[in-house]
Design a protein around this ligand. Sequence first.
Ligand SMILES: Cc1cc2nc3c(=O)[nH]c(=O)nc-3n(C[C@H](O)[C@H](O)[C@H](O)COP(=O)(O)O)c2cc1C
Length: 246
Amino acid sequence: MQVERKKECSNFLYVKKEYYIWAYPLGGMFFIGRCRAENLFSALFCIYRLCIFTKSMKKKKIIVAVTGASGSIYAKLLLDNLQKLADQVEKVGVVMSDNAKEVWRFELENTDYEQYSFDFYQKMDFNAPFASGSAKFDTMIIIPCSMGTLGRIAHGISNDLISRAADVILKERRKLIAVVRDTPFSLIHINNMKTVTEAGGIICPANPSFYSIPKSIEEVAQTVVSRVIDLAGLEQDSYRWNEENS
Ligand SMILES: Cc1cc2nc3c(=O)[nH]c(=O)nc-3n(C[C@H](O)[C@H](O)[C@H](O)COP(=O)(O)O)c2cc1C
């Protein structure tokens, strides 16, 4: 008996006489069914809707907090990257401290943070959705993260939206990525990083790598941002050590 194999929406359809047998992978399971030839279009439509549904289920809600540590270029590149990864992201909420805006103007010589189409929140706006765990944001990235903000988070001092949002992410056992920036570190900084790590946060220092032979400041900074995007669980094309075509 001849069996024809067709690919549809990353699912396989096996056409066997008048029956169509379909299989659909979802959440580590495999759903298998069969339909008669005359119901094929309805079945295809259902699979198509399932594709859209599962894709939207995986989309992330991300908080980006920018603080007054040196390295505004990291924040800029992350926001640029998130714009390009729009198909994986449901929502991006951005909050900047006063010093973050000042350092951005100083280091990048512009106010381009005003140009992004993401939802921006004032640093004292406790009405922002992610000031509460009920809004179900998956991931918070603090980039760059000052030692002041790190210290407030480590000690649960939720006196602005950034420290409150981080507090929420940690209490809800979601993902907090702090791209800390200073050098050298005092014992106070190191202890604060330890505390945040013990509470479930990820300390991802703003330490660029050079094994991809970056050619510009942007490429150097991108080595950090690419690691952050990996940690956030987003898919991207980036340099990977010893992989072909990267
Ligand atoms: C140009 C400039 C660079 C700075 N770089 C750093 C830094 O790398 N790390 C840091 O912890 N603070 C740095 N600071 C100091 C912070 O901006 C300051 O401690 C501020 O209170 C942090 O508050 P925030 O976390 O609410 O932004 C810098 C300040 C300026 C003006």
